[in-house]
Design a protein around this ligand. Structure first.
Ligand code: ADP
Ligand code: ADP
Ligand code: ZN
Length: 214
């Protein structure tokens, strides 16, 4: 089973992906995490990507598609949960081609629906662990010890692209580039919208019920 999880920045893709990949035993592929790892390691791809990520722009398709190929190979046998990829119709087409070449396809595309005011609140308050990448929120999901990750004890920080000046650009890029995926997946009969507000556990249950009844 290959599931795409998409939605605006802050919709809860990362939070839900962690739960879903465990529950369904799927290989979790997050292009955001892959790009942040490449940037942290200062690889040539990471240095190139940083120019776009820091501005809140999409990294060029050729870079992302190259990055994802290896990950797709790891997930092809077990099935995948795709988080943050595809992010525009041309990436969706590239994904279809890569999967079809292996005799597979996307089974369902789940869209997490969250109001803009809530997205802003979530993104401005998001904090991430500088070491393991675990996600927190200053008010909605605080760490047990201030400024330290519950899981590994390292420092939690704000992502550079979660600054207010960059967030507005990311939301605009989402409207322009990612939102057309609704139509792309609807045409294929794979689109399901799930309410992404409320308790994360309830959101998780709603996604599971969509997946289980597909
Ligand atoms: P995305 O990967 O879509 O950008 P995240 O999973 O990182 O989203 O969530 C964005 C922020 O919102 C994080 O700080 C997270 O703790 C918080 N968050 C996620 N889901 C919920 C929810 N259902 N209710 C409240 N806050 C949430
Ligand atoms: P969020 O869902 O909160 O926006 P992500 O971690 O998914 O965060 O993405 C962070 C940034 O990484 C994006 O703003 C973009 O610059 C880049 N990125 C992630 N996935 C892709 C993708 N599939 N195509 C192009 N750029 C991407
Ligand atoms: Zn940590």
């Amino acid at each position: 089973m290959n599931i795409v999880l998409f939605g605006p920045p802050g919709a809860g893709k990362g939070t839900q992906s962690a739960l879903l990949s465990k529950h369904y035993n799927l290989h979790h592929v997050s292009t955001g995490d892959l790009l942040r790892n490449a940037m942290k390691a200062n690889t040539s791809l990471g240095i190139e990507a940083k120019k776009f990520v820091d501005k809140g722009a999409l990294v060029p398709d050729s870079v992302v598609t190259g990055l994802i190929k290896e990950e797709l190979q790891k997930g092809i046998g077990v099935g995948m949960l795709l988080d943050g990829f595809p992010r525009n119709p041309s990436q969706a087409q590239a994904l279809d081609e890569l999967l079809n070449a292996e005799g597979k396809n996307v089974d369902q595309a789940i869209f997490l629906e969250v109001d803009k005011s809530e997205l802003l609140n979530r993104l401005t308050g998001r904090r991430v662990c500088s070491s393991c990448g675990a996600t927190y929120h200053v008010k909605l999901k605080p760490t047990k010890t201030e400024g330290r990750c519950d899981l590994c004890g390292e420092k939690v920080v704000q992502r550079p692209d979660d600054q207010e000046s960059v967030i507005s650009n990311r939301l605009e890029v989402y409207d322009q580039s990612t939102s057309p995926l609704k139509e792309y997946f609807s045409k294929q009969g794979k689109f399901v919208a799930v309410k992404g507000s409320g308790d994360p556990k309830d959101v998780f249950r709603a996604i599971c019920s969509a997946v289980d009844s597909r």
